[in-house]
Design a protein around this ligand. Structure first.
Ligand SMILES: Cc1cc2nc3c(=O)[nH]c(=O)nc-3n(C[C@H](O)[C@H](O)[C@H](O)COP(=O)(O)OP(=O)(O)OC[C@H]3O[C@@H](n4cnc5c(N)ncnc54)[C@H](O)[C@@H]3O)c2cc1C
Length: 475
């Protein structure tokens, strides 16, 4: 239990209205987008400035209180759950775009800036920020940095780590360090690279220096409709094997098509087995022949229809449907759990067959919407959290899907992170020695393990005793 004087001190630093302690208000912070596991914090503090945030962290260090960084809470692996940590430190009020340097194509933004705001701020100048998670209307740059987030356009442009030049990091002691910075290559260890993807276990990022890229001159966005998932996934391998690198290559299966169509009425054929969205970008002159080549590859794999978005409005509607697919799934069941695994692209048909088999065995409906070009799958398992047996089956099915990914030469997460959800799966990929080295590295930044404890890997021998969050069922 947090002592009263710490609460008072937090209020003195951040202001009364920046400190949340009422249980009804704390409920908002009991989980992220991974709703199977929940844990109520005692206090949430939302500082209005980076300076106030530093003072908050210094106080927590002096008082030896563990804390959890939180952005928008859209994470899908329980990364910002308040586990063994009474305090959540949110960055949602650090929303300043500090500097836009058009000549050098970079922007310095505070951690709470929402991903899409960055591109919106520079689009009139023909620039954009490339990483575009489907949650980009809500998720923050700090969360993106912590999770090394990707998005539909990751296939061509890379993930967050390829677009972050530096970060300002508040260490768990309250000391502020600048990792990387304005120039491309900083001598010495790539500490920025280390901090990107650390899932909030090294400290709190307060600012990031981002690379801006030129918006592509033109786009061609194709929609290919298939009778079967097998044909759609074989097409993905066919496109890449032909040497075409689309900007995005996304797949939705029948269950997702139905949900998306019901929500957005785009005109997707609800009887199709799967659709592929293929976006090509670059100089206008080269796009038409490439689009024809992609259309031929789709037809060679038995696509029953291939169309091209006629204008920007149609293209935007197509992407809106894809990017809001997770939300549309809410129409199908009271709850859903989004899995995140990776397989080599050529193994997509195998993993999708396994997912069907696993779904049948556990009597669960599973839809698939994912970044097919990267082999990054997102099976969405539908369930009702009021039914403990269903929740247990969801957890078991999810575990089996990830085991299958690893058996096929893949990984247990492509972009959503390990958080609390996948701690048990880490030994599938890493030896005990690997895990020890990683946790030693974490201790360089956070020797007392007070920043986001209980995440990524178990912390035996740490100052903090790791407990399980409250699951809907015991597992
Ligand atoms: C509908 C939907 C679609 C999604 N699509 C994608 C997608 O296409 N690609 C993708 O990669 N992800 C996707 N996600 C997952 C999620 O949006 C990303 O992981 C995102 O980066 C999380 O950002 P956030 O601000 O919500 O972070 P939070 O959920 O608040 O936190 C995530 C993690 O980051 C840490 N953290 C947050 N802020 C900081 C900070 N300032 N300093 C240090 N650590 C911090 C937290 O402790 C936690 O471990 C999706 C989620 C949803 C709900």
């Amino acid at each position: 239990m947090l002592s009263a004087h710490v609460g008072d001190a937090l209020r003195a630093i951040a202001g009364d209205d920046a400190v949340i302690t009422r249980p009804s208000e704390l409920r908002v912070y009991e989980c992220d987008g991974y709703t199977i596991e929940k844990s109520l914090p005692e206090v949430v503090v939302l500082p209005r400035s980076a300076e106030a945030l530093v003072e908050v962290v210094r106080l927590l260090h002096r008082e030896q209180v563990a804390f959890v960084p939180r952005g928008a809470g859209t994470g899908l692996s329980g990364g910002c759950l308040a586990l063994d940590a009474p305090v959540v430190v949110g960055t949602s009020r650090l929303t300043r775009i500090v500097e836009i340097d058009l000549a050098n194509r970079r922007a310095v933004v505070e951690a709470g800036v929402v991903n899409l705001w960055v591109s919106n701020a520079v689009k009139d100048r023909g620039l954009c920020y490339a990483p575009d998670p489907s949650s980009q209307m809500a998720c923050t740059i700090g969360g993106n940095v912590a999770e090394n987030s990707g998005g539909p356009h990751t296939l061509k442009y890379g993930v967050t780590t390829n677009h972050v030049l530096g970060v300002e990091l508040v260490l768990p002691t309250g000391d502020v360090v600048q990792l990387g910075g304005a120039v491309e290559d900083v001598p010495g260890y790539d500490l920025t690279g280390l901090a990107v993807g650390a899932e909030g276990t090294f400290g709190i990022v307060t600012k990031a220096t981002l690379r801006l890229i030129r918006q592509p001159a033109a786009w061609k966005t194709l929609l290919a409709v298939f009778e079967t998932v097998e044909d759609a996934t074989a097409t993905v391998s066919g496109i890449i094997a032909a040497g075409v690198v689309p900007a995005a290559l996304e797949m939705m299966d029948q269950l997702i098509i139905e949900a998306v169509e019901a929500a957005f009425h785009f005109g997707f054929p609800t009887d199709a087995g799967a659709v592929l969205i293929v976006e090509l970008d670059g100089l206008a002159a080269g796009l038409e022949p490439q689009a024809q080549q992609v259309a031929e590859i789709c037809r060679a794999h038995r696509a029953r229809a291939v169309s091209v978005a006629r204008d920007e409005t149609e293209r935007a509607a197509l992407w809106k449907s894809r990017k809001r697919a997770f939300g549309a799934v809410g129409r199908l069941a009271p709850n859903y759990c989004t899995q995140d695994g990776v397989v080599p692209r050529t193994k997509l048909p195998d993993i999708l067959r396994r997912i069907v088999e696993i779904g049948q065995r556990y009597a669960l409906r599973i839809g698939n919407v994912f970044h097919a070009g990267d082999g990054n799958i997102h099976p969405i398992i539908l369930y009702d959290e009021r039914d403990a047996d269903q929740v247990r089956r969801v957890l078991d099915a999810g575990r089996e899907i990830l085991e299958a990914c690893v058996a096929l030469g893949g990984s247990v997460t492509g972009e959503h992170g390990v958080g609390v959800e996948k701690i048990a799966q880490m030994p599938l990929l890493f030896s005990p020695d690997d895990l020890l080295v990683m946790s030693d590295l974490r201790r360089v930044f956070d020797p007392a393990l007070r920043c986001n404890p209980g995440k990524i890997f178990p912390t035996p021998g740490g100052c903090v005793e790791t407990t399980r969050p409250h699951r809907q069922v015991a597992s």
